[in-house]
Write a protein that binds this ligand. Sequence first.
Ligand code: 5AD
Length: 470
Amino acid sequence: MPSVYIKTYGCQMNERDSEAVAAQLVAKGYTLAQSEHVADVILLNTCSVRDLAEQKALNKMENVAAEVRRSRPDVLLGFMGCMAQSRGHELIDRLPDVDLVIGTQKFHRTANYLDDIFAGRLGKVVDVEEESGSEAAIREHLFNGTSTPQSATAFVSIMQGCNQYCTFCIVPYTRGAERSRTIPDIVSECRELVGRGVKEITLLGQIVTSYGKRRSSSFSLPGATPSPDTLMRELQQTGKSAFVKLLEAVNDIEGLERIRFTSPHPKGYGDDLVEAYRRLPKLCESAHLPVQSGSDRILKRMHRGYTREQFLALVGKLRQVNPEMGITTDIIVGFPGETDADFEETLSLVSEAAFDNAFVFKYSPRKGTPAATLPDPIRQDVIEERHGRLLERVNEIGREKYRREVGKRVQILVEGPSRKNPARLEGRTRTNKIVIFEGSDRQRGQLLDVNVTRLGWFTLYADAAILNDE
Ligand code: 5AD
């Protein structure tokens, strides 16, 4: 049977989609290749969120076509995921060596398409249609061909798509409208994982706080900003959301130790979810809470649906539940019309929120999004300068939070060899900080209490001598 190499760009959803495709192909008898140089099928699972991510995948495919295809003409080449969805046939027009373009609702058809192409039943394939029910098709996991999982942690995709239409963002156009899987379906996948030794599950969705909700279509029209009253009402909703019900159901799974989720939207982050951290012992004290900007004017133009004050109030509530709560964020610099004053607001928000870490992105205009046609684009050198200054602030504040961990005893889940130094082991605290220590492979998948001895660059080191694993 042929071998497959899948390279993934972008977010954790993409990682998860690639894993599901790999598992699907392995189930059909394909093997997984370690590099493109020995693979019979090369698939690039793409990201469209910034231009850089698209260019990387396009360049990669161009190189693969030039280097691999030339010496081995029978190799099949394919694009999957977000850029496949948004560009479709254009990708084959541009790179005629490409055989396969598979959109975000068609991952589960990859094996059949490959079979058909190998058997000569199909020529080139472009499939970027919508498919109802596809939100429940990302289900299979890779298991080494045995009952042991690849690792003690797993991602579970709970929904697909996004109805929020932030003006900078291409995701609603590449991932489609919000569709959620059912709680029993998700719980049964989680149970299966736990049965195979998984200890920590991260529930994934574009906006997990919208899990199980459908919004009216008028909400999703670009530019139709909901009134602040509506947003306040939403924030103050006291009823239990479908997402919190899902968390409760997952929390009840025996043998599961830890639950995480990503990403929530600050707007949909109700008190029920804040309280869930108090009530659900497996829910880790960590939240990735994308803020995007600290300026109300920019937040409004981004169609984010909350104010700086509301965001900071949410951070405050989370820290009230647990002062140790690890909070990270995403921020965009250089959104059209961002003034120096707006940017200063972002800098000061970073200090006030005291994020443990943040991803800082330079605004990248995406074709078809409302922001791409807004006036007052920011000059590239200004974007660079703001990016540098913001990163500095983020690092300063984040490292201070990390520094406070030194000397503490923390619980980690051992994930495996450290990515930087495979002779050491790596785990994560409940607040989502990486801890490196010297241990033995039999500790993989275990929950350990370790003493943090020193700080690296957004990594903590623990002393092996004072491990208390037995
Ligand atoms: N330009 C720059 N960053 C973007 N993001 C989304 N769209 C864009 C864009 N057009 C960032 C946001 C989001 C993260 C995944 O990517 O910060 O939270």
